[in-house]
Design a protein around this ligand. Structure first.
Ligand code: SF4
Ligand code: SF4
Length: 140
């Protein structure tokens, strides 16, 4: 399985090699997407964790046993209308018609409520009008 999570660390935890332990002891592949970790300060890591489901569950349980707050990563798509050139490429890829072209006006629009964050539209946009946005809470 593969999952993206946000891990919030306390000041004391931020100096511990617990990501190393996660890799070594639970045989998980860790891809660090975003990080804000400083010595003696609270911080967070956004990571993609890949591996066997049972080991993933044990790894997350290990984090929680240390007091690390673990939350699923919330992703959303941002459409920047001001740089969109209305080429329609994204609308042809979007499986839910969240990005859709009006056949009358030939204008593209984005309905976030229909988006399932599949990522199909991200690579096709020539102007990078579509971006993946990670919702990360500030460390508490
Ligand atoms: S992420 Fe998927 S569902 Fe969302 S707008 Fe892009 S193609 Fe459509
Ligand atoms: S692919 Fe990009 S430029 Fe083309 S219509 Fe979609 S958002 Fe606009």
């Amino acid at each position: 399985m593969k999952n993206k999570i946000v891990c919030y660390f306390s000041a004391s935890q931020s100096e511990q090699p617990i990501i190393y332990q996660l890799i070594k002891d639970y045989d998980l592949i860790i891809n660090i997407i975003k990080a804000d970790i400083n010595p003696q300060k609270e911080g967070y890591l956004v990571i993609e964790v890949e591996g066997d489901k049972a080991k993933y569950d044990k790894g997350v349980a290990y984090f929680k046993s240390l007091g690390v707050i673990v939350e699923p990563l919330s992703e959303t798509i941002i459409w920047n209308e001001t740089v969109c050139i209305q080429c329609g490429a994204c609308a042809s890829f979007c499986p839910t018609e969240a990005l859709a072209m009006d056949r009358g006006t030939m204008l593209v629009s984005f309905d976030n409520s229909r988006c399932i964050v599949c990522g199909m539209c991200l690579e096709c946009c020539p102007t990078r009008a579509i971006q993946l946005h990670f919702e990360v809470k500030e460390a508490v």
